[in-house]
Write a protein that binds this ligand. Structure first.
Ligand code: IMP
Length: 426
């Protein structure tokens, strides 16, 4: 059976958790393929809110095996805390599996994430300070520790001793920080975490392939989003992994021929946390309104998100980068009170018009968005469960976006609850 990818198409926080949860219902395996606990997926089930960081969305369904793939970076302390929170809410986490090849986040990664941001000063990226970038950097530098190293205390200790020499020299001599203590890491990771993580460690690549061969449905769950992608995002204001659909192949260990559906999640407007270019950013009361109504504060860090109008230029690029087969539109209800809604259909700079994202970042920083303005619907959409009940203006907004993107919009979210969405397939 082929696999499905769910990917964010903007700068994250598109509400992927809700639609991933919906799509996951039909699946047997849900695999997270990149990122770490910089992600924050919120699900509202029967009025109860579940905020997931590392655990894949399918955890709330008994029939699903949630898998943390090799492409993820794992802080085992966070994973255990998250499993305990879920267990306290009555969720069975025993089906969770973690790739032995996934890399570990260690305390010095977090330290370096914090202090290196300080060094960047006004050029800082605005990371989540969870140690994500430094952990991926160590993976690429081939000095990372992996989840499988937890299984062998001798190997774990030896690797840590070697790497700590360099990390402590860096922390002390470059960043003027206290060194990180070997024994306390060993106590935390081997004595406390290891017994809890060991039963979950698995050969997840073969797990996924066995499932595919047995005709099961596999969902590959992306975190962050297309324009935070290390290769394709607004570098350096990006995360250190590949959220784009292609990253799913690497981060889960499957070839592209196994994927036949790629669902891009897009918010009905745009938000961004952290620094970096944002052509349609709003600095007026409409921007504040989107923050207030859309509760645009980070699930993880509590930071206020920057807000702006829907950007079809970005989205067209996301369609290409991910081979999107469809788009799921979220938070349409947040636009309910607006008299008019704008969509950016092109950018302009020095008389040149761009309908696709310019590759040169300086251009992206300077462009002026060209907007089409559409009438608002001034109707509370949150209770609407069928497409036929949507006001004409909301239908027109969605049709306009579809025409701009060239792919169908299959699902439309009209509120945070699990049931607050409309099937929109033609
Ligand atoms: P890092 O992933 O913590 O290294 O942060 C790099 C950039 O990605 C920063 O601008 C973060 O705000 C952003 N970022 C990381 N994870 C998320 C997410 O889940 N949603 C939105 N932005 C994120």
């Amino acid at each position: 059976m082929p696999a499905t990818v769910v990917v964010g198409t903007q700068w994250g926080d598109e509400g992927k958790g809700k639609f991933t949860d919906l799509v996951a219902k039909e699946m047997q395996l849900v695999v997270r393929y990149q990122g770490g606990h910089n992600a924050g997926h919120t699900l509202v089930v029967d009025g109860e809110t579940f905020a997931l960081q590392l655990v894949p969305s399918g955890i709330l369904y008994d029939h699903i095996t949630p898998v943390i793939g090799n492409g993820v970076v794992v802080d085992p302390r966070v994973l255990i805390a998250e499993m305990d929170t879920l267990a306290a809410k009555g969720v069975d986490t025993s089906r969770l599996r973690v790739s032995g090849n996934a890399h570990l986040i260690l305390p010095y990664h977090q330290e370096i994430d914090k202090v290196s941001e300080r060094y960047l000063g006004r050029n800082k990226i605005g990371t989540t300070k969870r140690g994500i970038g430094p952990a991926y950097a160590d993976k690429a530098a081939r000095v990372g520790l992996r989840v499988q190293d937890l299984l062998d205390p001798k190997i774990f200790t030896e690797k840590l001793q070697v790497v700590l020499k360099e990390k402590n020299a860096l922390l002390a001599k470059v960043y003027n920080q206290l060194p990180v203590d070997l024994d306390s890491i060993l106590a935390e990771y081997l004595d406390v975490c290891r017994p809890r993580i060991e039963p979950l460690i698995a050969d997840t690549v073969n797990l996924v392939h066995d499932a595919l061969e047995a005709g099961q449905q596999v969902l590959l769950e992306g975190a962050q989003a297309t324009f935070l992608d290390l290769d394709h995002g607004t570098y350096p204001y990006v995360t250190s992994s590949n959220p784009v659909a292609g990253g799913a192949c690497v981060g889960a260990g499957i070839g592209p021929r196994h994927i036949d559906r790629v669902i891009g999640i897009a918010k009905a407007y745009v938000t961004r946390v952290g620094a970096g270019p944002f052509p349609t950013e709003l600095f007026d009361e409409i921007g504040d309104h989107l923050v207030d109504v859309g509760h645009e504060y980070g699930t993880n860090t509590g930071r206020r998100r920057r807000t702006g109008w829907f950007d079809a230029v970005m989205l067209r690029h996301a369609v290409r980068l991910n081979s999107l087969s469809e788009v799921a539109l979220t938070k349409l209800d947040v636009l309910d009170d607006l008299d008019t809604v704008k969509v950016c259909v092109a950018y302009e700079l020095d008389g040149e018009r761009f309908t696709h994202l310019p590759y040169h970042q300086s251009v992206v920083h300077k462009v002026t968005p060209i907007y089409e303005e559409l009438p608002g619907w001034k109707t509370d959409l949150s209770g609407i469960t069928e497409r036929k009940d949507l006001p004409r203006q909301a239908e027109d907004y969605i049709a306009f976006l579809e025409a701009q993107l060239g792919v169908p919009i299959g699902l439309v979210g009209v509120g945070p609850g699990r049931e607050q969405f409309l099937h929109f397939a033609a």
